[in-house]
Design a protein around this ligand. Structure first.
Ligand code: UDP
Ligand code: MG
Length: 319
């Protein structure tokens, strides 16, 4: 019998969290009205995570797992999980207990009322640094302005997805996967539940500033073409400013003969300004071209080194 509920938990060096996570999520699993599978996706951890997961799998047949051949990143790890799980309903949640497993029951209730997607929206982030809170706040609002689809603010990857949605997501071949965006793009009946994000149970965040920044850029570039237009606007602005400067120089030449602002200073300013405009524009173009390059290479999204607990062997042939 196939499971009715699948829970996907991506793992990157979470050895200190897995057992506590398992303890809390098992209580939820025991309350479910159908068969459950708990799918850990080991994203190339270098600590004891994989060993702990495989021991759990030996003890509890509901625990299944995938192991990626190296660290492919959170979004890809979740994608791998989505490719393999078999439930009618799938819930994605973090291993560090920042996404309380107890909320799953509430999400499932909403699914039973007919919602295809239930995403969790953070109303408070306790104990995260002010820098992270500020950048996250700004990012979600900028993204909402720029994106072609309405991507809800402050909603992370913690969500419930109906089988129909999982099937659509699995058919999307994009390599640069911003799951929160794709989830909004899919459509269907979506709703939010609001929650307070708990602090990490143990260990350090695995999303470094660099990784979060890359994810943010990915979100914007994957769902908006507005940045491409920024170069046009900057070009227009530069043209306007240079016209203004011409007039100013003319004025100075005629009325203030010894002004220090004419000559080399103003030329240097203009050169630097134009240089900056051009470099920014090339950078923006580069973001898009780089993604086109990634897409045409058609490499597989991930490489698996181990799969355990999924009976359908046929799926393994694909990777
Ligand atoms: N994670 C992953 N691969 C990575 C980085 C993170 O699978 O390259 C997992 C991590 O183990 C955790 C989840 O993604 O289960 C969220 O990571 P983290 O808690 O660091 O992110 P934050 O809560 O700060 O957004
Ligand atoms: Mg976390």
């Amino acid at each position: 019998m196939l499971p009715k509920y699948s829970f996907i938990v991506p793992i990157y060096n979470e050895a200190e969290n897995i057992l506590e996570m398992y303890r809390r999520i098992s209580q939820v699993m025991n309350q479910m009205d159908g068969k459950v599978e708990l799918c850990f996706v080991n994203d190339g951890s270098r600590d004891l995570s994989l060993k702990i997961i495989s021991e759990l799998h030996q003890k509890d047949s509901r625990v299944v797992y995938l192991s990626l051949a190296r660290n492919f990143g959170h979004q890809i790890a979740v994608t791998a999980g989505l490719n393999f799980v078999r439930g009618e309903v799938t819930v994605i949640l973090d291993a560090d207990l920042q996404d309380p497993p107890e909320l799953i029951t509430e999400m499932v209730e909403l699914w039973k009322q007919g919602y295809h997607i239930v995403y969790a929206q953070r109303i408070k982030r306790s104990q995260e640094s002010w820098l992270k809170r500020l950048t996250a706040y700004a990012f979600y609002r900028i993204l909402q302005r720029l994106a072609d689809v309405t991507i809800p603010t402050d909603a992370g990857d913690f969500c419930l997805l109906d089988r129909q949605v999982v099937n659509v997501l699995n058919k999307i071949p994009e390599r640069n996967r911003y799951i929160r965006g794709l989830r909004s793009w899919v459509g269907f009946n979506q709703t939010a539940i609001r929650f307070e994000r708990d602090p990490r149970f143990a260990g350090d965040p695995k999303y470094t500033f660099g990784k979060s920044f890359a994810l943010a850029i990915n979100g914007i570039v994957s769902f908006s073409k507005v940045p491409l237009r920024i170069s046009t606007y900057l070009g227009l602005l530069a043209a306007f400013v240079s016209l203004l400067m011409c007039l100013l120089v003319l004025y100075w030449r005629i009325f203030i003969p010894n002004s220090p602002l004419t000559g080399v200073t103003i030329i240097l300013m203009a050169v630097f300004f134009l240089g900056a405009v051009q470099l920014i524009s090339i950078g923006i173009l580069g973001e898009y071209i780089g993604r086109i390059y990634e897409e045409v290479k058609q490499r597989p999204l991930y490489v698996l080194s181990e799969v355990a607990g999924f009976e359908e062997e046929s799926e393994l042939d694909n990777y």
